[in-house]
Ligand binder design. Structure first.
Ligand SMILES: [Zn+2]
Length: 433
């Protein structure tokens, strides 16, 4: 919806029509006759003024694959079907085209810490994305560092200035834009996984699939179930279309889910995020550790230490170096735990290890830096076979298998990985201190 810049008011009055929790028409100018597949995904938008399909030849927009948990996998425009290949986290990785029965590569997307970094296109070549704090694309540069495109947007994602007839689909908060007709921006929609978002309207097309009643009583902005990010698009983003998340806190939530999911029920009520840190609240770290077993021990150690331990979830230099997960001790204490969920579960040496098991292992390395005798040796580790720290981390990991997962030999792991080589962890691997 275009705004008047000096007064920040909407320029036009729009009348929306809803049926069964879905937007079916926008009047008087935008588009009308919006139709849906039975699974709720958008099928077609017909233009209000012309009384015809937004573009001849568009049979379907981004379509949902019923076998891929509702993730879209194709766009059908003008007789060409483009398939979207996505990672486990839903991020778009590759576009391929189906032409005359053969697949042809179109474009690859490259990410850093879950944010779009670059793309490689069959004709446009290499491009770098420059994002703002919401993950919105503000500029594109080529391989020589020259500016190719620049975007200025209104708060709800509508464009103030952009190149004419632009085909770039990765713009607002990192989502994939469904351009519809390439020559017409009034039908542009953001694909937000669970729902579509109308860029011109600043509204989602269907109702919020999740409403947390307890929170909603204190947050009247969420009563409008078509509203976007409770009316604060400069602070919040909507990565899934279903759950409200503060920008940049995605990793915290993943970590929180992984650790609380690995603990007995009830533990979560004592854990709070405050100032981007996990804290144990309402109980002493010692009592928490006693009550909640191994993962509780680890959290009590890490949260009660004055050292800063950072958790990076997703692909990073650290996870790439250590084939999925690793720990990097800090120069003055603390350190970074890196773990990439896309790499797990993985089968190595005949033992399948899960995301949670590897997270427990890397947390054990972090805990190890707080235990005299383990840290000293760990800091001298680079490239050398020093069994003690891996022995300790493996002991904790194996104890997790026994005490939480109820597994025993042959599911225990008696080796470890340094720069891709399997090493014998030596004595200590089966002893939990
Ligand atoms: Zn290790």
């Amino acid at each position: 919806m275009p705004l008047t810049a000096c007064t920040n008011t909407m320029q036009r009055t729009v009348y929306n029509e809803y049926q069964g929790g879905r937007l079916v028409a926008v009047r008087p100018y935008y588009a009308t006759e919006i139709t849906y597949h039975p699974n709720g995904m958008l099928k077609q938008v017909t233009h209000a003024r012309r009384g015809e399909q937004v573009s001849a030849g568009i049979a379907e927009r981004i379509d949902a694959d019923p076998n891929a948990m509702g993730r879209p996998y194709r766009i059908f425009i003008g007789g060409t079907t483009t398939f979207n290949l996505r990672g486990l986290d839903g991020a778009l990785l590759r576009e391929v085209e189906l032409k005359a029965g053969a697949y042809e590569w179109v474009k690859d997307y490259i990410y850093r810490d879950g944010l779009l970094l670059a793309s490689q296109h069959r004709t446009e070549g290499h491009q770098h994305y420059h994002l703002d704090h919401l993950g919105t694309t503000r500029m594109l540069t080529n391989r020589c560092g020259e500016r190719v495109k620049r975007y200025e947007l209104f708060p709800y994602g509508d464009t103030i200035s952009a190149p004419a007839n632009d085909t770039e689909t990765r713009r607002f908060t990192g989502h994939q834009r469904d351009l519809g007709s390439p020559t017409n921006t009034t039908d542009d929609l953001e694909y937000m996984h669970a729902r579509y978002y109308g860029v011109k309207m600043g509204r989602l097309l269907s109702v919020d699939p999740i409403q947390e009643t307890k929170k909603a009583t204190r947050r009247p902005q969420s009563w409008n179930r078509y509203a976007y990010v409770i009316g604060n698009p400069v602070k919040f983003i909507d990565p899934s279309g279903a759950i409200l998340e503060v920008a940049g806190e995605y990793n915290q939530l993943l970590f929180f889910d992984a650790v609380t999911g690995s603990m007995p029920p009830g533990a979560a009520k004592y854990l709070k995020w405050k100032d981007k840190r996990l804290m144990i609240v309402g109980i002493s770290a010692w009592a928490f550790s006693k009550m909640y077993g191994l993962v509780g021990h680890q959290l009590a150690y890490l949260t009660s230490s004055p050292q800063v331990f950072k958790v990076e979830i997703g692909k990073s230099a650290l996870t790439e170096r250590f084939f999925g997960s690793g720990f990097l001790p800090g120069k003055n204490g603390g350190g970074v735990i890196g773990i990439d969920p896309a790499r797990f579960p993985v089968n190595r040496g005949g033992v399948s290890t899960s995301f949670a098991e590897n997270l427990v292992h890397e947390m054990a390395h972090a805990v190890g830096t707080l235990i005299p005798g383990v840290q000293d040796r760990f800091n001298g580790l680079v490239g050398a076979a020093v069994p003690k720290p891996e022995g300790y981390a493996l002991a904790v990991e194996n104890e997790y298998r026994r005490s939480v997962l109820g597994l025993d030999r042959p599911q225990l792991r008696c080796w470890y990985l340094i720069e891709g080589d399997l090493m014998d962890a030596g004595p200590g691997a089966e002893i939990f201190p």
